[in-house]
Ligand binder design. Sequence first.
Ligand code: UT7
Length: 326
Amino acid sequence: MLRTRIVGTGQYLPPRILTNADLEKLTDTTDEWIQQRTGIKQRHVADPGVGSSDLGAEAAKRALANAGISPDQVELIICSTMTSDYLFPSAACLIQDKIGAKRAAAYDLNAACSGFVYAVTMADALIRSGVHKTILVVGADIMTNRLSWEKRDTAVLFGDGAGAAVLQGEEGERGVLSTYLGADGASYDLLYLPAGGSKHVICCENIDNLDLGIVMSGRELFKKAVAAFCDAAENVLRATGMTIDDVDLFVPHQANTRIIFSVAERLGLPREKIFVNIDRTANTVAATIPIALDDAVQQGRLKAGDRVLLVAFGAGLTWGSVMMRW
Ligand code: UT7
């Protein structure tokens, strides 16, 4: 049976680090509050003039090198991002050029923090149906330049970064076993950026009337996130005939350790099976899961045959899960 397997991962975090202590100087917050309420200790920040495709291309080069695949073998690049360099063209096209993947088609997919899970689901369908053999999935976002530092609720949560995975078809038991996606557009306004899109264009005439910051209802999102994470996890477990005890490593989207541990408690997952790296990266949107997978590989926490559960939730609202055998 042909399955889609991740044959290489890579990540890139911009070198500049902003600690919680640095944030104390920018907004009305404390290191203690941030760590207790979110688990975050620091975040990486891209320099002005750097685009999401710059981070994504570096992560992609590392993933290709780790997979032992040359850029000209890549047939499709899907970049999951909600902060593309430009409104158009896509970050995926810019990445295609930067890594020299001349034969690859390229497009962006915006499912916010669920982007990587959505993109892996698309790639899995294209590989198993025989449309493509080798697909590069990138998650890349730069959020720090969208934050208003005085809005402490969102200022402390996000960081910049990119992760990438090379996916190929392979006969056997390893690879993607099941995927599940969900969305709830009625709740779009729980987390969104009103200005800069087609509805409220930023231009000289209206700049004074626009709210340029991110709008977020944190508490409401928290509750929805826990419910959606559990729903997504239970759906792929059911589809694969597995129970939570069969999961070797749970790699959740990194939005808040309290969300992650509430979900784990509800599902009955012990802490040693949960991968958490939000302390050093904060929430890097579509990049959290591929960065976490790459960290897990580097730390030796993933071995061939391990059953890995990916679960994500984000703006949209969107959510989803992937069960795979590593
Ligand atoms: O990636 C997916 C999308 N994002 C999410 O899923 C985020 C989900 N939500 C959350 O992670 C949490 O709701 C937050 C971390 C955003 C907030 O944590 P919370 O425990 O829900 O705090 P809260 O909003 O209930 O606020 C508690 C208190 C308030 O003060 P009072 O009213 O109790 O006096 C806030 O004003 O904490 C205050 N507060 C802060 N204090 C210091 C809120 N933000 C901060 C801050 N520093 N940054």
